[in-house]
Design a protein around this ligand. Sequence first.
Ligand code: ASP
Ligand code: MG
Length: 413
Amino acid sequence: MALLVQKYGGTSVGTIERIHRVAERVAQSHRAGDQVVVVLSAMSGETDRLIKLAHEASATPDDREMDMLLSTGERVTVALLAMDLRSRGLNARSYTGRQVGIITNSVHTKARIARVSADRLREALAKGIIPVVAGFQGINEQSDVTTLGRGGSDLSAVALAAALKADRCVIFTDVDGVYTSDPNVVPAARRIDKISYEEMLEMASLGAKVLQARSVEFAAKFNVPVEVNSSFKEGKGTLVTREDADMEAVAVAGVTGDRNQAKITMVGVPDKPGIAAKIFGPVAQANINVDMIIQNVSQDALTDLSFTVPRADLRAATPLLQAVANDVGARSVAITEAIAKVSLIGVGMRSHSGVAAKMFEVLSREGVNIMMISTSEIKISCVIAEKYLELAMRSLHTAFGLDRVVQGEQSAK
Ligand code: ASP
Ligand code: MG
């Protein structure tokens, strides 16, 4: 008998018909003798609908009230599923985040979990109850409702699995796992059987949206095995777990693309101590996340400094950057929006050499110019012109032997 936390996402509980199907799955696990704790999202589109309503009620909705509002979406689905399960003769009960003891800090709309007591869940399980818990929500020390940031019901599920020392946390969603690349861009992408927390984190933050990044951090910290699987069909999913020898054997586990960055170049900046601090200090103060930074060799004591920022922050950043440029005596500021970042990810990079060289060679063969490069232990990223992103992703996917082998064809390795 295993203890499983099963989380179902918004599309899996989007209609009553789908809630029936979730009930069927839960009942099946229960019949198989497993103890199941269910965590649910709101119906798909519901959280967006509530946010829209909030902005109609007020131009600047209050954070605390926003959480009071947003937490209602998950209350609806847990009650409906519990009703369904009960009408099947199963002893199911719904619970809010507060009732299961998810205590967070007070940063409304993106609260961090401080602790999870889960006593009520343990008692329920001991009585043979199937708990159905509202994801995405908790309470702060003052008992005010908080929410955990978009996609936060993944985090609720992982946190409860950690607190209960569950055997596995299964995230049921509309895809059957984590893929080597975005299948919409790279048709030859294939499902990965097993991926390390670290790789998953890089994939999540670089644009693979299967799991909320913070839920992966949490799972890594408490060593919770997380399985991503489809709620619509039976079959294998992807296990996110600790790094092992199999994972190290492959140099590259995945290829990601990110169109959310823009490139800023400060042209003709004096090359002297203190300039970088003068540029990036105000940028950081404005809460703009700088990703890559490159400084050229200087000529006549002048240099060019390029960096990337989220495209969404560009409008807010532009006047600020202009002011900073004037302040440091830069000749001009150039902004390029049509860039993209292509990245290779793999824990195997630690032990395989030549991954970067091969990446550059593949891009050059396709005639793709590299504007910026950044590397970490398990990742290499290149900034290129946005129009080449799909071509770059596909070529790299093939070159690193990631393409799915179609029956009757030979691997192109
Ligand atoms: N309903 C919340 C959202 O849409 C939380 C979740 O679905 O994970 O972000
Ligand atoms: Mg989600």
